[in-house]
Unconditional design. Structure first.
Length: 199
């Protein structure tokens, strides 16, 4: 059995933190896993910026309410789900993901959890498991599934490399240059063809 494993942000929807940075005028929040490989370091930095500016979960959720899937993402996902089982494996948070999943037809998503104070201040976060994406594809493989994976960031590389086939999608020039052995695509048509071939 094959399971296609997709990253969320940058692959199906815009980067939430970049959208929030644009709305708040805080360019320091534009930093993502495309820039910083250490997720804990990245999140500690983000939470510090939020605290410094008195921003919390409700402000982020208001921005997310206006985010729409990337053009062509829903059609790509629908076609892929006709071919195979699909799971989105993301380092985003369940408090961010729900409205986006509704727009994508409620695919399965495995993601993390934010901790908040009663006033909405984000006090911390819990990762679903260590090395969430790699651990998840290995667990699927241990259950007798073969995985095919795609993503755009440093935190996707382990699940891509651990899968029987894997692809970069709309990644940065730096990541593509550092990983020349991983096929890289820019359009959903190319990516769908790659999944079809791997399946």
């Amino acid at each position: 059995m094959n399971i296609c494993c997709l990253d969320l942000e940058g692959v199906l929807v815009p980067e939430i933190w970049i959208e929030f940075a644009e709305k708040t005028g805080l360019p320091e929040l534009r930093l993502t896993t495309r820039d910083e490989p250490d997720y804990d370091k990245l999140m500690d930095y983000r939470l510090r910026i939020l605290r410094e500016h008195g921003l919390g979960l409700s402000q982020i959720q208001r921005v997310i309410a206006d985010i729409r899937p990337l053009e062509g993402a829903k059609a790509f996902l629908d076609e892929l789900r006709d071919l195979s089982q699909v799971v989105i494996i993301s380092d985003t948070f369940e408090q961010f993901a729900k409205p986006l999943m509704k727009q994508l037809g409620m695919p399965v998503i495995l993601c993390n959890t934010l901790h908040t104070a009663p006033d909405g201040t984000i006090t911390g976060y819990s990762m679903r498991c260590p090395q969430t994406k790699l651990t998840t594809v290995r667990a699927l493989q241990s259950a007798g599934c073969e995985t095919i994976a795609t993503g755009d960031s440093y935190n996707d590389l382990a699940m891509i490399r651990a899968s029987k086939a894997g692809f970069l999608f709309r990644s940065t020039e730096k990541i593509r240059r550092e990983n020349p052995d991983i096929p890289a695509y820019e359009t959903y048509e190319e990516l769908l063809r790659a999944f079809r071939s791997a399946l």
